[in-house]
Design a protein. Structure first.
Length: 309
């Protein structure tokens, strides 16, 4: 029997215990899953970066750390972590992100806010363009970015995707590199940010890059707060260069009550709900990686430490 330590925030144990035990058993692995296994006896660590566990040095027997979050920026630089680290990829996470991104893209594309907030008697009978005449750019073509770009393309939007390294996706114009980023943002009417949080991606949207967008463009950020220069975005909103920003992630969370985003008429704040890890589905990913680890097979979704994701 192997020992699997659950080392996420303590309040998550109640929701994960049963799904994880069932998924691991269904994967054909005999395991002891618990929150209090002595470090020297642990074989796998099911982990979230907000866990009290921050020093991995005592876990001399452990074979891998299996992250419950899609993002790994809060653990990837931990110098005590010497064993393989995997990130969370699961169908529920992708589906939730696709639903949130598509919903907010359609909201801004259709001009729903203007219609439901108009004054009585105002009959502004101007239809929106069709989706294929709306230029949407998705920054980041990892698992979540690719799923969202494909969903938006399926809805008919004119989708451009940008990633650090070249990608090829049917029905989507794929660009990469610095020159590709400029092309991807030039004239974009809706921009969705799904990049990882690394030193290279911080302030990807800044005064210069925001100036490339179509006048009145919409920003949708369910990715990471540091991807946007907050002051530059507020300035662009005030001039009308950016028409609206829908933000689900922030540099500090919860977003402080005094932050200008709460009070700006062209900003929608949502409380980091775009894509939640759901135990029912994420347990399957964890169980499969434990099965693979015990079978000597390659682990899924390994983190590239040099790239930071």
């Amino acid at each position: 029997m192997i020992n699997v330590l659950f080392a996420a925030h303590p309040d998550r144990w109640a929701s994960y215990e049963t799904p994880l035990k069932q998924a691991i058993a269904n994967a054909g692995v005999e395991a002891n899953l618990a929150t209090d296994i002595p470090p020297a006896d642990v074989d796998y660590i099911v982990y979230a970066p907000n866990s009290p566990l921050q020093d991995f040095t005592p876990y001399t027997r452990a074979k891998a750390v299996l992250n419950l979050w899609a993002g790994v920026e809060k653990i990837v630089g931990n110098e005590t972590l010497k064993i393989p680290l995997t990130r969370m990829v699961d169908p529920g996470l992708s589906q939730g992100m696709c639903e949130w991104v598509t919903g907010h893209t359609l909201r801004h594309h259709l001009g729903i806010d203007a219609h439901i907030n108009c004054a009585p008697g105002v009959w502004n009978n101007v239809p929106p363009p069709l989706a294929w005449d709306r230029k949407v750019t998705v920054l980041g073509l990892g698992e979540l970015g690719t799923a969202c770009a494909q969903m938006l393309a399926l809805a008919g939007f004119d989708v451009t995707g940008w990633s650090r390294s070249p990608k090829n996706l049917d029905g989507i114009r794929c660009l990469s590199g610095e020159e590709g980023l400029t092309k991807a943002l030039t004239g974009a009417e809706i921009v969705v940010l799904l990049l990882p949080d690394t030193p290279a991606t911080e302030n990807t949207l800044n005064a210069e890059t925001l100036g490339l967008l179509a006048k009145g463009a919409c920003i949708i950020n369910p990715g990471r707060g540091p991807l946007i220069d907050d002051d530059a975005l507020l300035a662009a909103l005030d001039t009308g260069q950016v028409g609206h920003a829908t933000l689900d992630v922030f540099r500090v969370e919860p977003l402080p009550e005094a932050h200008p985003f709460w009070h700006h008429p062209r900003v929608t704040v949502t409380p980091h709900v775009a894509a939640e890890t759901r135990p029912k589905y994420s347990a399957l990913t964890i169980a499969e990686n434990i099965r693979r680890g015990e079978a000597g097979a390659p682990l899924l979704h390994l983190v590239d430490r040099s790239a930071g994701y």
